[in-house]
Design a binder for this molecule. Structure first.
Ligand SMILES: [Fe+2]
Ligand SMILES: [Fe+2]
Length: 251
C-alpha cells in the first residue's frame, strides 16, 4: 500500500475547501426542518464526533502495521472530525440541538472495541458506504444550497475514504477478499442500512421524499461497486504474478 501517496492526498485535501454559505437565507417546510434537525444532529455525533479514532483493543497493531500508517490513520480521522464540524453548522442552520450521546453510538463503539481492529475497519468501511447513500439523498432532496454544498464536500472526501479502504484491503488480501469477509461485508451493509432506515435518519430521508427502494438501491450499488473493484484489483495482481512467473521459465 502506497502510504506516502495517501498521506499526500489527505494533506492536499485539507486545502482549498470552500466553506458552505451558512449565513444564506433559510426557508424550509417545518416538517422537513424538524426531521433534518434530528437526523443531522445524530449524524454530527456519528460522522467524526465522539472519540473519532480507532478504538479496538488491538488498534495499535493496525497503526503500526506499516511505516507512517499511524500518521495516515490520524489524517483520515481528522478529515472525519472535519465532517462533524461541517455538520455542527448544518445542525445550527436547521435549528437542531446537538447530540452528545445515543444508544446507537454506544452500540457502535462497543462492537468496535470488542471484536478487534480488522472488524472495526470493516464496520467503518460499511458505514462510509451507507453514509454515502445518506448524503447523496440529502443532497438530492434537501433544496437548500449550503446543505447541498456540505454534502458535496463530505461526499468527495468519503469517495476517497472508500478507495483508501480498498487499497488497504487489497494489500492485506491481494487475491481478493475471502468468501467469509465478503459475506460479512454484505451482511453488515444490509444491517447498517436497515438500522439507519428504521431510525431518525431514515425518517428524515422519507420526509424529504426518498423511498426505501431508492435508499437501498444506493447502498447496494455502493457495496457491489466496492466488491467488484476489489475483485478487479485481484485479477490485475494475479495477472502480474503470472507474468512474473513466466519470466522465470526457461526460453
Ligand atoms: Fe465522514
Ligand atoms: Fe469517511
Amino acid at each position: 500500500m502506497n502510504i506516502k501517496a495517501w498521506i499526500e492526498h489527505f494533506e492536499r485535501n485539507r486545502l482549498h475547501r470552500t466553506e458552505p454559505k451558512w449565513g444564506a437565507p433559510f426557508a424550509m417546510d417545518e416538517g422537513k426542518r424538524a426531521a433534518l434537525a434530528r437526523s443531522l444532529a445524530e449524524y454530527q455525533l456519528g460522522d467524526g464526533g465522539g472519540e473519532c479514532k480507532l478504538v479496538a483493543r488491538d488498534a495499535h497493531l493496525f497503526r503500526a502495521s506499516q511505516r507512517d500508517m499511524d500518521r495516515l490513520v490520524d489524517l483520515w480521522f481528522s478529515e472525519e472530525r472535519e465532517h462533524s464540524r461541517l455538520l455542527s453548522h448544518a445542525v445550527k442552520r436547521v435549528r437542531g440541538t446537538p447530540v452528545t450521546d445515543s444508544f446507537a453510538m454506544r452500540l457502535f463503539y462497543a462492537c468496535r472495541r470488542t471484536f478487534g481492529v480488522q472488524f472495526e475497519m470493516l464496520v467503518l468501511l460499511v458505514v462510509e458506504i451507507v453514509s454515502t447513500a445518506y448524503y447523496r439523498l440529502i443532497r438530492k432532496y434537501v433544496r437548500d444550497e449550503p446543505l447541498e454544498a456540505m454534502c458535496k464536500l463530505i461526499l468527495r472526501d468519503e469517495a476517497r475514504h472508500i478507495d483508501f479502504h480498498r487499497d488497504r484491503l487489497i494489500a492485506r488480501m491481494p487475491h481478493g477478499p475471502t468468501p467469509a469477509w465478503a459475506a460479512m461485508f454484505f451482511f453488515l451493509g444490509e444491517a447498517c442500512a436497515t438500522f439507519l432506515w428504521i431510525g431518525k435518519n431514515g425518517r428524515c430521508l422519507r420526509v424529504l421524499g426518498t423511498s426505501r427502494a431508492e435508499f437501498f438501491c444506493h447502498v447496494r450499488r455502493g457495496l457491489a461497486t466496492f466488491s467488484s473493484s476489489c475483485e478487479s484489483c485481484a485479477v490485475i495482481f494475479e495477472a502480474s504474478e503470472n507474468a512474473g512467473a513466466s519470466d522465470l521459465l526457461p526460453g
